[in-house]
Design a binder for this molecule. Structure first.
Ligand code: ADP
Length: 591
């Protein structure tokens, strides 16, 4: 099974790391500056009003004891302030929530675009389910934090700091008492916080792994069932889920203890301070209004500390998610776009040249997968690749399409080195029919149009005709509108290949790469595919990974590959005569 290297990177989650801060700005604040700044302004505004309320309470209480009118005047001002604060809070809520929604939509779109453009090397290292989980779960986490928790955390931090300053301005003596108690609350908080963040990270990793495993097994559900492997699959999945549950259990337990301790500590601290304050009221150095004001500030500070601890776990999850999303955005594609791509004159002739090409796969650097010193495939030539499984035939196709770059040497189409032209231009010149064609859960028409988006119905029908797929498509219950089900589960292998050939014909590119199906096709499908290839021969450069005698016989030239090298080349007759290994393979494979 592939290992998830993006995930396994060891990260230090003790504090907000500089790279996380950078990510935070790059992904969240800068693109959504308007919303973020708006929310911040309203947040500051409401914090100021909230902090002024205890002062108003003091004036109301002390004002009433002076005369009723003064008390009423302050009561009225307080009511106005509360209305303004409520309005400010509502606007902040609107801005922050919308920021979260906009953010999650943007992140999902950008992530998908980034992922869908990455080279195969990336997918060899990452489980598909894990990527889907990042697109869904991690972005949702970012949404919930950026769209509420973060603003709560900022608000409570400001209330906490402002509350402390105002406690001191009300009574230095009482505030100093309280300050002695604050470390008692804050230190366990920091310690617990670290512990919680580690656990949170572990839970998230386990969950991402479980999503990877689930999608892999669900994708191959039939294979799992035919091998009676369900119990084992369920066991593997359950172990990961239970593991993540266990981590969550410890985390929830630790948080419960933390909540208990904080409530007790805050309560005792306030009671002690009130007791001391009452003594001052009695001695006349402190008014009852001032004591009330002080108590309210202590309450503000206590509640905001509690709220900060509540948001702590969420924020650490958020940083984890942000990190994982950032990893994808920061993934550098090893197959780079040229900085100044050459413009190409289309239509190209379709000749292909390999010059001193050496290649090994990034995941298996020590083994050479292809070694082709010199090879030219001419315009409109039809070349068959023959060789044992693992000889390097598919690798050759992958290099022509620039899914990987050779380690040494260069490949050109016409006179253009393929790494000097843009990847999309290169791939427009090539149509590829894989051995197991990929069919999407779309209609027949849309599946064929993947070859060329925007092609007219007439063009699609023409391609279908040439691909000998007309008859079976017309027999489908809804013809071209028939939905083919996920991965084309609703049609046979031979039919899938003909749809893929129609797709390739519609693409109308000068080069066609075709990997013949090895699975035994019914005689009709086989004959149809042969006719389809004959139909398009002559005005395209065609390279076929050949599994059939008819294909090698019809080829202008056969390249016989062994262990990544071209062992021999020639026509079928020549190779049968000159190469024992080819003869043996031909006898076994083509009979
Ligand atoms: P063929 O198409 O002739 O059957 P391939 O071109 O698929 O052979 O494979 C050539 C060699 O490269 C084989 O040894 C195969 O195991 C190896 N290989 C293929 N794909 C990868 C990959 N993504 N990573 C590492 N090795 C690979």
């Amino acid at each position: 099974m592939r290992s998830n290297t993006v995930d396994n990177k060891d990260r230090n989650f003790q504090n907000l790391q500089p790279h996380q801060l950078k990510q935070l700005f790059k992904l969240i604040f800068i693109p959504h500056l308007f919303w973020a700044l708006g929310a911040l302004i309203f947040l500051l505004f409401t914090v100021l009003i909230t902090l002024s309320i205890p002062i108003m309470v003091r004036y109301i209480v002390d004002g009433y004891s002076f005369n009723v009118e003064t008390g009423q005047k302050y009561l009225f001002i307080s009511c106005v302030l509360v209305v303004v604060a409520a309005l400010g809070t509502a606007i902040r809520f609107f801005l922050v929530t919308l920021l979260g929604e906009r953010l999650v939509s943007d992140l999902r779109q950008e992530l998908f675009e980034k992922i869908i453009n990455l080279s195969p090397n990336f997918f060899e290292k990452t489980l598909t389910g894990d990527l889907v989980s990042r697109i869904n779960a991690d972005t949702t986490l970012v949404q919930s934090v950026a769209g509420s928790t973060l603003s709560l955390a900022i608000r409570n931090t400001l209330l906490f700091l402002g509350g402390i300053v105002l406690m001191f301005s009300t009574s230095i003596k009482l505030a100093s008492f309280s300050l002695l108690i604050i470390p008692l609350i804050v230190f366990p908080l920091i310690y617990f916080g670290r512990f919680l963040r580690k656990l949170t990270r572990q839970t998230q990793d386990k969950l991402a792994n479980s999503a990877g495993i689930a999608s892999e097994y669900i994708f191959a559900a039939t294979t799992v069932q035919t091998n009676s492997y369900q119990d084992q699959a369920v066991k593997e999945y359950n172990e990961l889920i239970e593991d993540s549950y266990l981590k969550s259990k410890i985390r929830v337990f630790a948080r419960s203890i933390m909540i208990f301790l904080i409530i007790i500590l805050v309560f005792f601290a306030i009671s002690f301070v009130v007791f001391e304050g009452l003594k001052d009221v009695e001695s006349g150095s402190f008014s009852i209004g001032e004591l009330l004001q002080f108590c309210l500030y202590s309450l503000v500070v206590g509640v905001s500390v509690g709220a900060i601890t509540e948001t702590y776990g969420e924020i650490s999850k958020f940083l984890g998610a942000l990190d994982r999303i950032g990893d994808i955005f920061n993934t550098l594609d090893p197959v780079k776009e040229p900085t100044n791509p050459m413009s190409i004159k289309t239509p190209i002739n379709g000749s292909i040249t390999f010059n001193n090409v050496k290649f090994s796969y990034p995941m298996r650097k020590e083994t050479s997968a292809l070694d082709i010193p010199n090879l030219t495939i001419n315009k409109n030539e039809k070349v068959a690749l023959v060789g044992l499984s693992g000889a390097g035939k598919t690798t050759l196709f992958q290099l022509i399409q620039r899914l990987y770059d050779p380690i040494k040497g260069s490949i050109s189409i016409d006179t253009y080195p393929i790494d000097k032209i843009s990847k999309s231009h290169l791939r427009q010149q090539i149509a590829y029919v894989p051995q197991e064609p990929v069919i999407f859960s779309k209609s027949v028409l849309d599946n064929i149009r993947i070859g060329r988006v925007g092609a007219s119905i007439e063009e699609v029908e023409q391609a279908v005709k040439l691909a000998c797929a007309e008859e079976f498509i017309n027999d489908l219950p809804e013809g071209y509108s028939t939905l083919l089900g996920e991965r084309g589960l609703l049609i046979s292998v031979g039919q899938k290949q003909r749809i893929a050939i129609a797709r390739a014909i519609l693409r109308d590119s000068p080069i066609l790469l075709l990997d013949e199906a090895t699975s035994s096709l019914d005689a009709i499908s086989e004959d149809a595919i042969k006719t389809a290839i004959d139909n398009i021969s002559g005005n395209k450069t065609i390279i076929v990974i050949a599994h059939r005698l008819s294909t090698v016989r019809n080829a202008d030239r056969i390249l016989f590959l062994e262990k990544g090298k071209i062992e021999n080349e020639g026509t079928h007759k020549e190779l049968i005569r000159n190469n024992k290994k080819y003869k043996k393979l031909a006898d076994l494979q083509f009979l």
